[in-house]
Design a protein around this ligand. Sequence first.
Ligand code: GRG
Length: 296
Amino acid sequence: TTSPHEGSAHIEFLRRLHERQQLVTRALDEHFPAGAGPLMDAIRGALLADGKRLRPILCLEACQWSGGSPQAALPAACAIEMIHKMTLVHDDLPAMDDAQTRNGRPALHRVHGEALAILAGDALLVHAFGLLASTREVPAERVTGAITRLCQALGTAGLAGGQALDVLSQAGDVTPEKLDHVHTWKTASLFEAAIVIGAEMGGANASQVEALARYGMLLGRAFQISDDLQDAQDTQAVTPHEVTNYVQLHGVEGARRKLRELLSQAVSAIRSVQGGDSQLLAGITELVWEHSWSTG
Ligand code: GRG
């Protein structure tokens, strides 16, 4: 079968993805200078070693789709990536997932120690809000709107709440509803916020925001299932995380079926309203399906 991504349109899609990745990585690199002490080194280790930059790319793209310049959403996109990386550092700590590696490298606390890993995460969170609050490219009410939206996405009914449910889950008490709940809060809420914030920075109208929010939520849930499929493939070892792995509860076939369904609903959501070029937003759903990412 021929992939919908073959040919020049696919090359253009990858070029644009790579360009956005670079834009975000360069901005993050400038924000945290090298050689400025152990805490800064740990922060740089968390932020700059690798990463697909998926959430900030989505934020920039949603802004452009809504008629704004990607530059208008760049501070927000960088803030969202700082927050994302902070959650990974804390997730890997011995008190949480107790992970030894992340993306094939030693987890941050194994290189810099637990204290600096905690502080690097704390500092990333604070710098993220500082950067977002100092956005001057858009009217002030869009900035306060973004801060409010992000706080909702990260709090007790978002990443922190989802992670709490996740770490407290025991084998045997994870129902399909509870699993969807954990995935929605711990993963999809940041995807949704990244996209909605980008759209609002670009001046999207209410129906565009609603459609993109739906796309973000569906894509985020799909992404977590795709990540779970990858984890199930990569490791034979039983880790604490496995209790809330979609594959554990629904099997590989069940996971793939749900993944396909969520991604096709995500594409329908963006196609349901008028907006800019949706090729990149639609194309990202294919990458989630194929799990073929470049972190360069
Ligand atoms: C922010 C208040 C606050 C609390 C944080 C630690 C925590 C609470 C939440 C962790 C949630 C978590 C680890 C979700 C997993 C999401 C996920 C699938 C991450 C992998 O994302 P990728 O593949 O990462 O985009 P890269 O390495 O590409 O950046």
